[in-house]
Design a protein around this ligand. Structure first.
Ligand SMILES: *[C@@H]1O[C@H](CO)[C@@H](O)[C@H](O)[C@H]1NC(C)=O
Ligand SMILES: *[C@@H]1O[C@H](CO)[C@@H](O)[C@H](O)[C@H]1NC(C)=O
Ligand SMILES: *[C@@H]1O[C@H](CO)[C@@H](O)[C@H](O)[C@H]1NC(C)=O
Ligand SMILES: *[C@@H]1O[C@H](CO)[C@@H](O)[C@H](O)[C@H]1NC(C)=O
Ligand SMILES: *[C@@H]1O[C@H](CO)[C@@H](O)[C@H](O)[C@H]1NC(C)=O
Length: 511
């Protein structure tokens, strides 16, 4: 099925003489084996990006150097540098059982004839203390069958992260800006300047948590991958840097919808500046809004052993429902994305169960919306992004959103007609310049009983015993007998994105 769709795309593009788009496919990883590489003829390129739940992100097969060395890199809209771990780095030399081995590939500069070392001051530090440092080099970078020469990237000679990243954010967010006030053309700009695309813009379709395919399309949109209309909102400048540094959009409403009713949730922080970040697994919202969401779904916050490492947990069985939240952007008439419980509930990597309360005996899962106390770090990560088709326009500083068409198999690619053209087939959010500020009005929790009702197919003894509404909010109701076993790599990924995001805010961690 997928092959047919790819062939159709390739035929379409080959026939359109000037259809300038570059597409990578996304494929869910089921293990750590290298994903398959798919090549296509003509002017288009297709490559696998894999949805790796344990690594908490989307990964792409790329090549670096001459001859080409294969590396699988995480696709990250929340950062702006490409970097690859060096084969000589101690983490790649370590065995896999020691958390090393670089099973996603590494890069040996000595084996490449196209390397040119630019500087030795590549350094990225992360919030959790992890890091990568080494050289900035100019190298040949391969996306499927397109090789782009002279791409600036970091080489992690000394790093404690076993895989690299492809950052596709704003150039102003490059690590070099805070290191040496230097800015360079990163991948979206290089693809445009190399005439692989007409403009610095791309569309990201992550697809369903359970699905195996998605794609990133540079230079175009695919109108068969979303429902309804694409609606544009402005990217917000970083206030301190007075620059576009991150894909920050104004989130202006949140609706909880279940079989028992609908609630309009409130936050004193509306309109909420939220960063769209594919490199982050979860979503991070203001405390007051997160608490209302947790109350709706009956989530319990389980404190972690380190500060900030706690997680909200819910019965895994709540994923099998039709209930959803609607995320609204850009005010009245702006894009609205429904995110179903299926997309919001993630395995915890353990077999912890609730040992008391209405969910007693139920298997516990992680809930995908976290709280954040830092108003400069509200993030919408993969738990949100999977439900949206998102077009990132780095030339006009606009983002268009539409509800994703999960598992869509057909393709209708529309390239941007010219540099800095407006996102095709999109309309602007009509009232984004008249945003209403927040309130503290509590919802009636009419949707709560629908959210927390365990289906008849679920195991355990919780079913139907959750009538005492109001006791299941953050903290006290449902004790869960588990140590929150957040996967370490997932934390690394989260830390990475957050660290990079803070560059513009001046809170970048240097070492
Ligand atoms: C890449 O850089 C090298 C060395 O600076 C230069 O000779 C070459 O022409 C450049 N290639 C492209 C495609 O810009
Ligand atoms: C890209 O296309 C423009 C306009 O046709 C041309 O001037 C430029 O040289 C091309 N750049 C490359 C790298 O081929
Ligand atoms: C998408 O496909 C996957 C895998 O076949 C399936 O598990 C999932 O339910 C599908 N999602 C939707 C929304 O149809
Ligand atoms: C999203 O939810 C709203 C509110 O319940 C509903 O009106 C709308 O049809 C839903 N949109 C989609 C695409 O399912
Ligand atoms: C998140 O909320 C929990 C429960 O209210 C609280 O203990 C924790 O400190 C909060 N975390 C952050 C980062 O604000």
């Amino acid at each position: 099925m997928r092959n047919a769709a790819q062939l159709a795309t390739s035929a379409l593009l080959a026939s359109g003489a000037s259809a300038q788009v570059v597409q990578w496919d996304i494929e869910k990883r089921v293990d750590t084996a290298a994903p398959r590489l798919r090549r296509r003829a003509g002017t288009t390129v297709e490559e696998q990006i894999t949805n790796d739940l344990m690594h908490g992100g989307y990964f792409a097969s790329c090549t670096v150097g001459t001859p080409a060395q294969k590396v699988t890199l995480q696709l990250d809209t929340g950062s702006s540098d490409i970097w690859v771990p060096a084969s000589t780095s101690s983490i790649c030399q370590k065995s896999t059982s020691q958390g090393g081995g670089c099973t996603l590939g590494s890069y040996d500069p000595d084996k490449s004839s196209s390397i040119e070392v630019l500087t030795d001051n590549f350094k990225i530090g992360y919030v959790d203390g992890s890091y990568s440092k080494g050289d900035y080099v100019s190298e040949t970078f391969g996306i499927g069958n397109v090789n782009v020469q002279n791409v600036t990237m970091g080489v992690g000679l000394d790093t404690d992260i076993a895989y690299g990243l492809v950052g596709v954010g704003y150039a102003y967010n490059e690590a070099s800006v805070s290191q040496s006030a230097q800015i360079y053309n990163n991948l979206p700009l290089v693809l445009r300047n190399d005439n692989q695309t007409r403009t610095a813009a791309y569309s990201l379709w992550l697809n369903d948590l359970d699905a195996s395919k998605g794609s990133i399309l540079f230079g175009g949109i695919d109108t068969d991958k979303y429902m309804g209309d694409l609606i544009r909102v402005d990217v917000q400048k970083d206030a301190r840097a007075e620059q576009y540094t991150a894909f920050t959009v104004m989130m202006t409403s949140m609706l909880a919808h279940s079989t028992s009713g609908e609630d309009t949730l409130s936050s004193s922080s509306f309109p909420i500046p939220a960063v769209l970040d594919s490199g982050t697994t979860l979503s991070y919202l203001p405390q007051d809004l997160a608490e209302q969401i947790w109350q709706e779904v009956g989530a319990t916050y389980v404190a972690g052993d380190q500060q900030g490492s706690g997680v909200p947990v819910v019965p895994c069985a709540l994923a099998n429902t039709q209930n959803y939240f609607t995320f609204g952007f850009g005010g009245k008439g702006g894009p609205a994305i429904n995110v179903s419980m299926t997309e919001l509930i993630l395995p915890l990597g353990g077999s912890g169960t609730f040992d008391s309360g209405p969910f007693k005996g139920q298997l516990a899962c992680q809930f995908g919306i976290q709280n954040s106390s830092d108003d400069s770090s509200y993030l919408l990560g993969d738990t949100f992004l999977r439900s949206a088709y998102v077009v990132y326009d780095l030339e006009n500083n606009e983002i268009a959103l539409a509800p994703t068409d999960f598992n869509a198999t057909s393709t209708n690619i529309v390239p941007f007609p010219s540099q800095a053209a407006t996102i095709p087939s999109s309309t602007p959010a009509p009232s984004q310049n008249a945003l209403v500020s927040g309130s503290t009005t509590q919802p009636k929790y009419a949707a709560q009983s629908g959210f927390t009702k365990l289906g008849s197919s679920s195991s355990g003894s919780g079913s139907g015993s959750n009538s005492g509404s109001g006791s299941s909010g953050s903290g006290n109701g449902n004790a869960a007998s588990l140590t929150p076993a957040l996967d370490l790599t997932q934390m690394l990924v989260m830390g990475a994105s957050m660290g990079l995001m803070m560059v513009g805010g001046g809170a970048f961690l240097l070492f």
